[in-house]
Design a protein around this ligand. Structure first.
Ligand SMILES: O=C(O)[C@@H](CO)OP(=O)(O)O
Length: 243
């Protein structure tokens, strides 16, 4: 299966840099609407057979134009919603609470899956629900599947499951609104990332809290280079291929 994990379009909470993870969540800004509308053209070369979205409004709105263009219904699944911020909900991404959120979720990708966001979910729970939707899509027999999901969820799941993406790589590389991570593989054979943010739709928006590099004090912090902080795609792709 070729798997396109796409972050939703820009929201007011992204602009305000807030941890917004509860359903239904924010809608799209005018820029986010344009990003969603640009998805069919941006992914024109992809032979997409199924379009999934999380239960959050911003993901459903972003998936709708792509699904409509392909004559598909959006398959809505809670399992690919954003990683729950729990008691940290709607806190600024650049606050201590935002740092705790990022350190915790990237620690999950590093294997500390029993850690729990205060008032939220554990890594075991979050990865299991995401895995279940991926498994459903793989079992459907679809060759190429697009899933509109969320910044932290996509980065953490990819770091945890793709054989060629480690935690430092994912933690150091924000995913802009409608940026995509493209993978191939299966639940039984494993997944390999083919590109990271190489399919960002223009105009790209600003990253939200999960799009920021983790705190330098965090154990999951990766090398912070110019290309990493600017979200440059080419160096990121080279790093994937080199592993
Ligand atoms: O802002 C973000 O980066 C995260 C957390 O709020 O979520 P989303 O990708 O859904 O915007």
């Amino acid at each position: 299966m070729r798997l396109l994990l796409v972050r939703h379009g820009q929201t007011p909470s992204n602009v305000a840099n807030l941890l917004d993870t509860v359903v239904p969540g924010a809608g799209l800004t005018p820029l986010g609407e344009r990003q969603a509308a640009a998805m069919p053209e941006a992914l024109a070369d992809e032979d997409i057979e199924a379009v999934y979205a999380s239960t959050l409004t911003r993901a459903r709105l972003t998936a709708a134009p792509l699904a409509a263009a392909r004559g598909l219904d959006v398959i809505v699944r809670a399992g690919i919603r954003e990683l729950s911020a729990g008691d940290l909900e709607m806190r600024p991404g650049d606050s201590p609470e935002g740092g705790l959120y990022l350190r915790t979720v990237f620690a999950w990708a590093a294997g500390d899956t029993t850690l729990r966001i205060p008032g939220g979910e554990s890594g075991e729970e979050a990865l299991a629900r995401y895995d279940a939707v991926i498994a459903e899509a793989a079992a459907s027999g679809a060759g190429t599947v697009a899933m509109v999901s969320h910044g932290a969820a996509i980065r953490v799941w990819t770091a945890a499951r793709a054989v060629n993406v480690d935690v430092a790589f994912a933690a150091a590389r924000p995913l802009a609104n409608t940026g995509a991570v493209i993978l191939e593989g299966s639940p039984s054979d494993g997944f390999k990332a083919l590109s990271w943010a190489g399919a960002t739709v223009v105009p790209a928006g600003e990253g939200g809290p999960a799009g920021e590099p983790v705190d330098a004090a965090g154990r999951a912090d990766g090398p912070r280079t110019d290309e990493a902080t600017s979200g440059c795609c080419e160096a990121g792709l080279r790093s994937i291929q080199d592993r």
